[in-house]
Ligand binder design. Structure first.
Ligand SMILES: [Zn+2]
Ligand SMILES: [Zn+2]
Length: 159
């Protein structure tokens, strides 16, 4: 699916949602949606705010917070709470199921795809339950932090 097709599809869904819930269809809301679907990674509100307003101020924080709530509620954006860090978001549509590797020290998130796990989950016979999507968090220590900790340990050992 092309980027244009995807955007057309999510725009339609968002419109249907806004009408059903009696929310206004403001250009800012669509702009935020479109912007999110150009991003390929997780982001937090600060990142999104800065990236949307990078050329000139176009949306306020209040509008952004409010729109994010609508986008999460309409299932077009997924909200993650990875441990102690602030909420992270990612687009939901056409974003294949993936695993999140989360560093418990710096909070860095890496995404990986794993077809074995995908097959296992999709072949599970879930009684009285239709699977739509899943999200898996794997916690540990990233390479960068592991190196830093080893360094600290060796310098402490020298003292
Ligand atoms: Zn780390
Ligand atoms: Zn993700």
């Amino acid at each position: 699916m092309s980027q244009e097709d995807i955007f057309e599809k999510v725009k339609q869904e968002f419109t249907a949602y806004l009408i059903a819930k009696g929310h206004r269809k403001t250009p800012e809301r669509y702009m935020i949606l479109k912007h999110i679907y150009t991003l390929n990674d997780h982001f937090d509100i600060d990142f999104l705010y800065n990236s949307i307003n990078s050329e000139r101020p176009v949306v306020s924080r209040a509008t952004l917070y409010n729109t994010m709530e609508l986008l999460v509620d309409s299932n077009l954006v997924i909200k993650h709470s990875f441990g102690a860090n602030m909420s992270h978001y990612e687009k939901a549509y056409n974003n294949d199921n993936h695993l999140h590797l989360i560093c418990t020290i710096c909070g860095d998130i890496k995404e990986i795809k794993d077809h074995n796990i995908k097959d296992v989950i999709q072949s599970k016979k879930l009684s009285k339950f239709a699977l739509s999507h899943y999200s898996l968090y794997i916690y540990g220590v990233c390479n960068k932090c592991a190196k830093l900790t080893t360094k600290k340990r060796t310098s402490q050992a020298k003292k």
